[in-house]
Design a protein around this ligand. Structure first.
Ligand code: TYM
Length: 333
């Protein structure tokens, strides 16, 4: 059975982008893979964050994942900082990765913004930690949204260089799994930017916890154009906001965008937005209720995460110990 790893930052409430682009694809993989899913709090501190809120955000993210079907009885679900193997392997990878490779990372450029001199060093080496997350488990398949593709290519470069320098075939190649019509859900305010937890405008995203009225308002206010919906997907070229809303309805109702267009051809956005709102509210309602139920008993969530960390450490510990031995560290006597 192939081993799957993926992670999500507890840097806010998961968005519809996280859900459609990643989390929803994590669930079916649990049927025929050994799945390891992680709330990556070490990654979350690479950008400004509130230390008083981080622990509860981490628990909320875990509860959100569980409510989406990523349940601890069917996979290994844990918090990154609870398993020290990640940070140990990441340090080795900091020494394996080349500066030239990191300099090419577009996400660093986006997140660091104009004031690059003032960005944290952790943000710069972020992809090395991501490579360590995956390779500490010898995982081979990684379900993510489109935006993580470059990081996974870098992880493969790191694995290859480690193998070349220290041990021919120690780390396996990683295959990114980027699925479906919603691999890149865009902002509701600007169809050329991705929907993000960290966008300053809450109107730009649907949060998994938004109630029906909030969803209705955000969809009503979502940027669109004045044209009716065409019959063919190709005709949405140059209309990124319209393309995004069609893609969201397709993903949430399990259709292809072309089927959505056939059903709504000629409709204006007034009507279409009503249909989209109803579909979102119907889909997210049960997830929200389950998340609330889980958060009513935080100790149970924490206990599930503790068991997950124990299982994760049991897998990662021998792999990272072997990597340390290959590098030549003196074993602790
Ligand atoms: P994060 O927390 O930004 O996002 C979690 C997952 O959601 C996907 N995603 C999206 N998909 C479609 N449309 C969007 N608008 C959208 N926004 C986010 C992301 O691609 C991701 O799959 N670096 C990772 C976390 C991570 C990780 C890992 C992932 C750490 N270690 C190891 C895989 C393997 C991140 O910041 O995801």
């Amino acid at each position: 059975m192939q081993r799957v790893f993926s992670g999500i930052q507890p840097s806010g409430i998961p968005t519809l982008g996280n859900y459609l682009g990643a989390i929803r694809n994590w669930v079916p993989m649990m049927r025929d893979h050994e799945c390891i899913y992680c709330v990556v709090d070490l990654h979350a501190i690479t950008q400004p964050f509130d230390p008083k809120a981080l622990a509860s955000q981490t628990r909320e993210m875990a509860a959100a994942l569980m409510a989406c079907g990523v349940t601890p009885d069917r996979c290994v679900l844990f918090v990154q900082s609870h398993v020290h193997a990640h940070a140990r392997l990441a340090w080795i990878f900091n020494c394996v990765a080349r500066l030239g490779w990191l300099n090419r990372m577009t996400q660093f450029k986006d997140k660091a913004g104009k004031d690059r001199e003032n960005a944290g060093a952790g943000l710069y080496v972020y992809p090395n930690l991501m490579a360590a997350d995956i390779l500490a488990y010898h995982a081979t398949r990684v379900p993510v949204g489109e935006d993580q593709k470059q990081h996974l290519e870098l992880a493969n470069d790191i694995a290859q260089k480690f193998n070349h320098d220290f041990g021919e075939t120690f780390f396996p190649p990683i295959e990114p799994i980027i699925q479906g019509v919603a691999a890149r859900v865009m902002s509701l305010r600007d169809g050329t930017r991705k929907m993000s937890k960290s966008d300053p405008s809450d109107q730009s995203r649907i949060n998994l916890t938004d109630d029906a009225d909030t969803i209705a308002l955000k969809i009503r206010r979502a940027k669109t154009d004045a044209e009716p919906l065409p019959a063919e997907l190709a005709a949405l070229e140059g209309r990124p906001e319209a393309r995004n809303l069609v893609g969201i309805l397709a993903a949430i109702t399990g259709q292809e965008p072309q089927q959505v267009l056939r059903a709504h051809e000629g409709q204006g956005f007034g009507t279409f937005k009503g249909v989209l709102t109803d579909a979102l509210v119907a889909h997210l309602g049960p997830i929200q209720a389950e998340m609330q139920r889980l958060l009513d008993d935080p100790a149970a969530v924490d206990a599930g995460l503790r068991r997950g960390a124990e299982k994760a450490a049991a897998i990662a510990e021998p792999i990272v110990a072997r990597a340390e031995a290959l590098v030549g560290f003196l074993p602790r006597g």
